[in-house]
Write a new protein. Structure first.
Lengths: 112, 115
């Protein structure tokens, strides 16, 4: 399974755009890139997933360069409620008997 | 909405006790997972199952076993609880899809304290 590297922590202020970059140098051809968000005392929640280029939903955007060796989660105009841990994962769950590795994630702190 | 439920939010057990953590999902997911989460260590995969009676070891299976007799239920068993198994335990489930989809649905977690 591809290993990911992301910053341990980031700080931001309300209203700013936050970009969290994840490195995954040995990503496999069939792997997808997935981001999760976790609030204290809750289980992680799926945010966004992509394979290449750009994906956008109501919560975030995901930018993936052509070589797919990294990806950037972009949170527009963060608020205090975006304070959470963000996990970057790569893998292909189409195969039975595979699982994703979560790692330590990036702790985002948003201040007013 | 997908629902993953865990039998307890908080549990206190004594060293040496046998502990059962139960997880139930209502979306007919093939995959089910057990993680533990400790401060500074992120989520670590203990065991997972991709079908009834099938199981695969994760990164830290030592001291744990699992049981999946029915598709909707996945149990984590601590045969003889120890203090270093005090942790938050999270269960998750997901489909095995034909198109890549890595979305897992998590339960609320069980905070286990072993005294």
């Amino acid at each position: 399974l591809a290993k990911t590297t992301q910053p341990i922590s980031m700080d931001s202020y309300e209203g700013q755009e936050v970009n969290i970059t994840c490195s995954h140098n040995n990503i496999a051809t069939n792997d997808y890139i997935t981001w999760y968000q976790q609030f204290p005392s809750q289980g992680p929640r799926f945010i966004i997933q992509g394979y290449k280029t750009k994906v956008t939903n109501e919560v975030a955007s995901l930018f993936i360069p052509a070589d797919r060796k990294s990806s950037t989660l972009s949170l527009p105009r963060v608020s205090l409620s975006d304070t959470a841990v963000y996990y970057c994962l790569v893998g292909d769950m189409r195969q039975a008997g595979t699982a994703l590795i979560f790692g330590k994630g990036t702790t985002l702190s948003v201040s007013s | 909405d997908v629902k993953v439920t865990q039998s307890s939010r908080y549990l206190v057990k004594r060293t040496g006790e046998k502990v059962f953590l139960e997880c139930v999902q209502d979306m007919d997911h093939e995959n089910m997972f057990w993680y533990r989460q400790d401060p500074g260590l992120g989520l670590r995969l203990i065991y997972f199952s991709y079908d009834v009676k099938m199981k695969e070891k994760g990164d830290i299976p030592e001291g744990y076993s699992v049981s999946r007799e029915k598709k909707e239920r996945f149990s984590l068993i601590l045969e003889s609880a120890s203090t270093n198994q005090t942790s938050m335990y999270l269960c998750a489930s997901s489909f095995v899809r034909t198109v890549g989809d890595n979305e897992q649905f998590f339960g609320p977690g069980t905070r286990l304290t072993v005294l």
